[in-house]
Design a protein around this ligand. Structure first.
Ligand code: ZN
Ligand code: ZN
Length: 366
């Protein structure tokens, strides 16, 4: 299998982002990404897809869409659609219809930043998590969104500030943006719990991790600063996929292969800022052989194997329960005795604290 690294949630001036498609592609090349999917709010931008190249390399830029209902208050429940090849915004008022239309168009769809902290009035940061839970048939969850996770930490800290004043709050938030790595810990625990709950019900739910890059400029008195540049975010939380062939430069071929791997969950979410997660593997072996995202038969000889690129704390989790774990090692093997969805989490020490590092999609044993 061939490993490809991408980031699949970002914005341009077609919605509320700062940089153009070509400028974002430059930043993605600098950060070493193989592909990006640009997802402007409620607009599917046509005719920008393709390979963008410079002297340092190339990146495949694809276009998806982040859809929500702008008449809803707050404007929450954001849905990331990839591969539908059509405008989906007119279905936003009915989340189930939106999911169904995405699937019918041959696309895949993920609930973006599903859990956000409650409204932070000092900074005007509403809860834009997923609110409309009476839904089914979505491909998966964006379990880790760097911008949203950082925003959640900011909101929690704002509540504890001794002086509740908008200027102080903004100054403190600005201070935090100088060292975001100190505050990034991992996905929201509620999102991981929801994922495990859905997997325990026998659903196939695929996880992705993204930046949600906007390149927003923060203004505070004389200070004007891009608080989270695209390039920084492209070095943080990414989605790594495994494909049967390498990308060969043919746009249609490479796009099909990437979207297929994303939909099937042949992938993991990696916090590459803490240490590159390239080389991670999770596989199953019995009568069948399978990689992450595969469904394989549980027989008496079945084993699951996780391999991390450096020493880490590794856990194999079935429906929310840790069934095997090892500390400060590169390999973990487990002999499963029950059917179900098994996923891997790895954590490492970074910036003085144990941080979430790798979140693999499950291998489904039946
Ligand atoms: Zn969003
Ligand atoms: Zn977004």
């Amino acid at each position: 299998m061939f490993e490809t690294v991408g980031n699949m949630h970002m914005h341009t001036p077609y919605s509320d982002g700062e940089k153009s498609h070509a400028e974002i592609a430059e930043d993605a090349i600098k950060a070493g990404l193989d592909f990006i999917i640009v997802t402007d709010h409620n607009i599917w931008v046509d005719e920008v897809e393709g390979y963008y190249e410079n002297g340092d390399g190339r990146v495949l830029l694809l276009v998806g869409e982040e859809v929500h209902n702008p008449r809803r208050q707050p404007q929450a429940s954001h849905f990331l659609a990839y591969g539908a090849e059509c405008e989906l915004a007119s279905f936003a008022a009915d989340p189930q219809r939106l999911i169904d239309e995405t699937n019918a168009a041959g696309g895949i769809g993920f609930l973006a930043h599903p859990h956000e902290e409650e409204f932070e009035p000092l900074l005007n940061l509403p809860n834009l998590g997923w609110h409309d839970w009476d839904i089914d048939h979505f491909t998966g969850l964006e379990i880790w969104n760097t911008m949203s996770s950082f925003g959640n930490v900011v909101k929690k800290r704002m509540r504890r500030l001794p002086i509740q004043h908008p200027f102080i709050a903004k100054l403190y938030a600005l201070y935090m943006t100088y060292h975001p790595e100190r505050y990034i810990v991992g996905p929201e625990p509620e999102t991981l719990a929801l994922w495990d709950e859905l997997l325990a019900k026998g659903k196939r739910i695929t996880a992705v991790g993204n930046s949600d890059a906007h390149g927003t400029l923060m203004n505070l008195g004389p200070i004007k600063r891009v608080i989270f540049p695209y390039e920084f975010l492209f070095r943080a939380v990414n989605t790594h996929i495994l494909t049967p062939q390498p990308l060969n430069g043919d746009i249609a071929h490479d796009k099909r292969m990437i979207l297929r791997a994303l939909g099937k969950g042949h992938s993991w979410v990696g916090y590459d800022l803490a240490h590159p997660t390239k080389g991670f593997r999770f596989s199953g072996q019995g009568i069948d052989k399978g990689i992450v995202g595969d469904k394989i038969q549980l027989d008496a000889g079945a084993t699951l194997q996780a391999r991390a690129p450096i020493r880490a704390n590794i856990r194999i989790i079935r429906h929310g329960e840790v069934v095997a774990q090892i500390e400060n090692e590169t390999h973990l093997t487990y002999i499963p005795v029950e059917e179900g969805a098994y996923r891997v989490e790895c954590s490492i020490l970074y910036e003085g604290k144990e941080r979430g590092w790798i979140y693999s999609n499950p291998i489904y044993l039946w």
